[in-house]
Design a protein around this ligand. Structure first.
Ligand code: PGA
Length: 247
């Protein structure tokens, strides 16, 4: 079985004063030596300093997004190579907040995932349906279509992860039922094997959307749930450690 992956997405939160949370997380994980891999994805401004904080610890560093080109005239953007240079080993691509705010298509997300691979980063590729799509009975069709559009066969050459994040669950205090999560993850596994063969069979499928210490154990016990992508509850070391400890 693939080692579970617990990823913390700080989104646009975190100043230098919050690096103590990363320090506390690393200390807690060092003491507990959990069975999961753990990665923190801070805003870009904190990457290099957090790399220093996490150096020599069990906590990995990740970016929240990357451009698909290695360098060039792209004001405000950051390349996968730059993330590696700052000390990252993973990157989130295709988060629904970026799809919604920046119009990122599946083709764009696929290009970013391949850029991550080119630079030697492990991409965490996000998919998820809207409330309207779920209510219309289209959730499985939508998320499997996103996998088909975002997971290029070239990704099959190395490790990557998928995060299933229903848009309506993110930051909402709502989660799908365990049966709905199980159905989605089983369908995603089939879609991944179709797109990426053996690597698709091995890729962890994280669940994301209002994961908290109170619901983490139940969610992580569901078949084919290979970890969690955690937003709000990753900002405080104690909350995040409580999730990691049940993985
Ligand atoms: P949340 O965010 O845990 O705050 O719901 C998850 C995410 O958007 O990755």
């Amino acid at each position: 079985m693939t080692t579970p992956l617990i990823a913390g997405n700080w989104k646009m939160n975190g100043l230098a004063a919050d690096l103590g949370q990363a320090r506390a997380l690393a200390a807690g994980i060092g003491a507990a030596s959990p069975s999961a891999r753990v990665v923190l994805c801070p805003p870009a401004t904190l990457l290099a300093r957090m790399a220093d904080v996490l150096s020599g610890t069990l906590v990995l560093l990740g970016g929240q997004d990357c451009h698909d080109q290695p360098s060039g005239a792209f004001t405000g953007d950051i390349s996968a190579e730059m993330l590696v240079d700052a000390g990252a080993s993973m990157v989130i691509v295709g988060h629904s907040e970026r799809r919604a705010a920046y119009g990122e298509t599946d083709a764009k997300v696929a290009a970013k995932a391949l850029a991550a691979r080119r630079a030697g980063l492990e991409p965490i590729i996000c998919v998820g349906e809207s409330r309207a799509e779920r209510d219309a009975g289209r959730a499985i069709e939508v998320i499997c279509g996103q996998v088909a559009g975002c997971v290029a066969s070239a990704l099959a050459a190395g490790p990557f992860a998928i995060a299933y994040e229903p848009i309506w669950a993110i930051g909402a205090g709502l989660t799908p039922t365990p049966a709905e999560i199980a159905e989605a993850h089983a369908a995603l596994r089939c879609a991944l094997i179709d797109c990426a063969g053996e690597q698709g069979a091995a890729a962890p499928i994280l669940y994301g959307g209002s994961v908290k210490s109170e619901n983490a154990a139940e969610i992580l016990a569901i078949a084919e749930v290979g970890g969690a992508l955690v937003g709000g509850a990753s900002l405080k070391a104690a909350d995040f450690l409580a999730i990691v400890s049940v993985a």
